[in-house]
Design a protein around this ligand. Sequence first.
Ligand SMILES: C[S@@+](CC[C@H](N)C(=O)[O-])C[C@H]1O[C@@H](n2cnc3c(N)ncnc32)[C@H](O)[C@@H]1O
Length: 282
Amino acid sequence: MNKPELYSKYSASQRLDNLYVLDNHLDLSRWRAEDVVLDVGSGDGRFSVEILMARLPGNFGKFIGCDCSEVMVEFAKKNHRKAKVEFVHFDIAAKVLPEDFEGRFHHIFSFYTLHWVKKQRKAFENMYKLLKPGGDMLLTFLASNSIFDIYLNMSKIKKWKPYSKKDYIAPYHGLKHPEKQLEKLMQKIGFVCSLCKVENRIFVFHNFDSLRKSVMAINPVIPNLPPEDIPAYMDDFVKEVKNSKQVTIENTNNNGEESIKVEYKIFIVSVIKPVNEKGFSV
Ligand SMILES: C[S@@+](CC[C@H](N)C(=O)[O-])C[C@H]1O[C@@H](n2cnc3c(N)ncnc32)[C@H](O)[C@@H]1O
């Protein structure tokens, strides 16, 4: 993802879910003075600083946002500079982690990011290494989304096929019980799960313009397209949405616009890295 300006303006659905998860589950993490926090996939930095950090106890020690997109990191540094906050560039599924990061964090958060990560096991193993024993993580990310089926349909259209990759689809999309698979993986790595569930969510775009802008902000195919082809790609995308049986389009009476109801599922995960190998935490 490399469109921080668009993402900051058109990420209402992500922000609503993130708030929902924080409001209901932030109390699962235990806080001491000077705790060090990592936010994996901090993106444009807006959610990290304006919402997540604002809800943490004020006596935390340091807040580090990381992202695999240099453009995102640069935007976050420029627009969300604050005391005790740092933004760094690294891939959470990388083979090698930044020096001095292992065992440094008391808390790891990750919002709306991990569905982009193909190497799930490597990412969670890295997060395990980054945490201090007794440290905790609160994560939310997509388990499935009808929009992924639109990506799949778009990849079958001859003109867009060369730009589309199957790995744009979330790793758990279409699975019947993704939470069981994820919980098993977490346990294998050594985490103790206090929560690993999937919740059904709905977001309503109030018109096609707002759907288009949100898609422009996050669709991973768009950066691969020649710029002059983007309008035609978006027109085909909208056609696919209109033809989809999984998306509901309704005529709303305000301004005669059509609203688009998208159904999807999110993971909500809270885990602890135990203090000793037998799985006991402090
Ligand atoms: C949808 S944005 C979420 C931003 C923010 N957390 C929020 O909830 O608004 C997802 C971010 O995850 C980043 N990302 C994707 N894969 C990543 C990886 N393997 N390591 C670190 N960041 C990653 C993307 O570059 C993007 O900025």
